[in-house]
Design a protein around this ligand. Structure first.
Ligand code: GLN
Length: 600
């Protein structure tokens, strides 16, 4: 097993996650089996209880793990399925050590950060790194470990110490440290400054870690003399210094690294060039095969024709709060050859004007909504903006605007329908109005009612299509069932289903018991779909989520073509290097079934 550790220096937010994912992608393109671990040095056990506004979205895995959004980047870039153990936090490590202490495993000894916490970290890394990925036999070849935070943070000290010991244990040739740093340009002198990087490398060394590769964030490519200087002062060979200069979008990052032969440098440090690996892998290793990725990036760059999607959310100030939804919209737009334009509509701005708002804000929000080709109401918790989301949903329903409601978005679509069509004026979710006389969304616990952490209906659950020729089943490639990821406590009240269905809102997907509603579709509407699950978590570049594809296609006026597999298939075939047509990406996907019981 070989390890690539990615650390960050100088400032946070340098894009370590994207760099680490891109390295993984390149190594994968060299024919290696790659897994990844994200270390978050915070005390929370997992990201589940953290505010998306502060920390970005909570990403959900198949196994129900609520993890850092970087794991989403890994899954998207590596097209793999990770587990909760791939996200290591201080909380998890301390919990495991304290549990052992209580059991008596350390009886008689003083339990300390060194060696007990540091040993536990190393054992965790080694165990998780060796878990086979994506049904492939045997352990992966390389594990990319990303250490969150910035070198020098007090919080990450035990991890740094553990990783220092670990690099010594696995030995040179098995461990490669990529340090992501910043080379700022001061506008006064216009010179690329190396000092911050020098300092952070010195700090890294003083903590017992030696960088093998420097990945320098800068606005432009590093000048040769700057590289020479960095090499001299940081003791890193010039050919191991790469620049991550500003690029139009993150799909360029793997290509940027490839162009600078970063994969070659990493493979060399890992002793994967030369006699140690079979020549087949070796020769491939030198030319990472990123043809399909490159083609897709070219398409992305060339898109002109806009598709406007109104995102009616609560956290419109921090786009990371809805990262996977944005990515899923992007994947679908690229597949439809449309340039995605996201119009952020703060749900509360759509509501009746309140004292603290000006009429301008209200009007601007409605103008944005009305100017959109499609409307998306994402998931959420808490009642802020709920009424605004209901108004946006009503607008989409009444004006035939393509609509996708996710989780809370789906629940509110049902509430809106019950209010407007069934005439239940106080219809609501018991999450917002526990005493409502028309509870159309209720609490149906799979877990606890009293604890907030890890008690939701979480992770992959199966949805069975009830009507074979509904739009969503067709979009999923005429699947009989589909496995998607969940994160919710409340659900559509099964007792109200017959009444709602009689009025035209059909529950076309349900769980195995038939009691939990998973997909709603409105009849006589171009595309009005609500899902209890979060399809965004399984969307990939080149394999867009079926339901997002439906939304973008409907918003671009080509849904019929997609459903019939005609024109859109051609577009996709022409667009993708390897012909990632609908049929093909369904075959590639690991969640869809064609009804013969086989999971492709
Ligand atoms: N708050 C809702 C629930 O718990 C929806 C959750 C979500 O959108 N992820 O069911």
């Amino acid at each position: 097993m070989k390890y690539v550790l990615v650390t960050g220096g100088v400032v946070s937010g340098l894009g370590k996650g994207v760099t680490a994912s891109s390295i993984g992608l390149l190594l994968q393109a060299c024919g290696l089996r790659v897994t990844s671990i994200k270390i978050d040095p915070y005390l929370n056990t997992d990201a589940g209880t953290m505010s998306p506004f502060e920390h970005g979205e909570v990403f959900v895995l198949d196994d129900g793990g609520e993890v850092d959004l970087d794991l989403g980047n890994y899954e998207r870039f590596l097209d793999s399925t990770l587990t909760r153990d791939n996200n290591l936090t201080t909380g998890k490590i301390y919990q495991s050590v304290i549990d052992k202490e209580r059991k008596g495993d350390y009886l008689g000894r003083t339990v300390q950060v060194v060696p007990h916490i540091t040993d536990a970290i190393q054992e965790w890394i080694e165990r998780v790194a060796n878990v086979p990925v994506d049904g492939k036999e045997g352990p992966p070849d390389v594990c990319v470990i990303e250490l969150g935070g910035t070198i020098g943070d007090i919080e990450s000290m035990p991890f740094i110490e553990a990783l220092g010991q670990f690099s010594y244990k696995v030995g040179p040739g098995n461990f490669c440290l990529v340090h992501v740093s910043l080379v700022p340009v001061l506008s006064v002198v216009g010179e690329q400054k190396t000092k911050p990087t020098q300092h952070s490398v010195r700090e890294l060394r003083s903590l017992g870690l030696t960088p093998n590769i420097l990945a320098c964030r800068s606005t432009k490519a590093l000048e040769e003399n700057v590289k020479t200087k960095l090499s001299q002062f940081c003791h890193v060979p010039e050919e191991n210094i790469v620049t991550l200069y500003d690029v139009p979008n993150i799909w360029h990052v793997p290509l940027l690294l490839r162009d600078q032969k970063a994969h070659g440098a990493i493979l060399k440090e890992l002793n994967l060039l030369g006699d140690l690996i079979p020549s087949a892998i070796c020769s491939k290793a030198v030319e990472a095969d990123v043809t399909e990725w490159t083609e897709r990036t070219k398409i992305y760059d060339s898109l002109q024709d806009p598709v406007r999607i109104a995102m009616v959310g609560k956290y419109t100030g921090l786009t990371d709060s809805y990262l996977s939804v944005l990515k899923a919209l992007l994947h679908a737009s690229v597949a439809c050859h449309k340039k995605l334009v996201v119009e952020w509509v703060a749900a509360s701005d759509l509501e009746e004007i309140t004292a603290h708002e000006t009429p301008d804000v209200h009007k601007a929000a409605w103008d944005l909504l009305k100017g959109a080709d499609g409307i998306l109401v994402p998931g959420g918790f808490g009642d802020r903006g709920v009424q605004g989301k209901i108004l946006a949903t009503k607008y989409a329903r009444e004006n035939q605007v393509p609509f996708l409601g996710i989780c809370l978005g789906m629940q509110l679509a049902v509430v809106e329908f019950a209010r407007s069509i069934l005439g239940y004026k106080d219809a609501n979710s018991t999450e917002f109005e526990p005493e409502t006389s028309s509870p159309c969304v209720i609490f149906m616990p799979e877990g606890s009612t009293t604890h907030m952490g890890g008690t939701m209906r979480l992770g992959s659950r199966r949805t069975h299509f009830q009507v074979p020729d509904c739009k969503t089943a067709k979009l999923y490639g005429n699947a009989k069932y589909v496995d998607e990821r969940h994160r919710h406590r409340y659900e559509v009240n099964p007792d109200m289903i017959p009444e709602i269905e009689n009025a035209g809102l059909s529950f076309v997907g349900k769980d195995g018991t038939g009691r939990r509603m998973e997909i709603v579709e409105l009849q006589n509407h171009p595309y009005f779909v609500g899902v209890q699950f979060h399809p965004e978590f399984k969307s990939r570049p080149g394999k867009p989520s079926a339901l997002f594809l439906g939304l973008i296609a409907a918003a671009s006026g080509c849904l019929e073509a997609v459903l019939q597999g005609g024109k859109m298939n051609k577009v996709l075939i022409n667009g993708m290097a390897n012909g990632t047509a609908m049929g093909k990406f369904y075959q590639n996907g690991n969640v869809y079934s064609n009804g013969n019981g086989l999971h492709h």
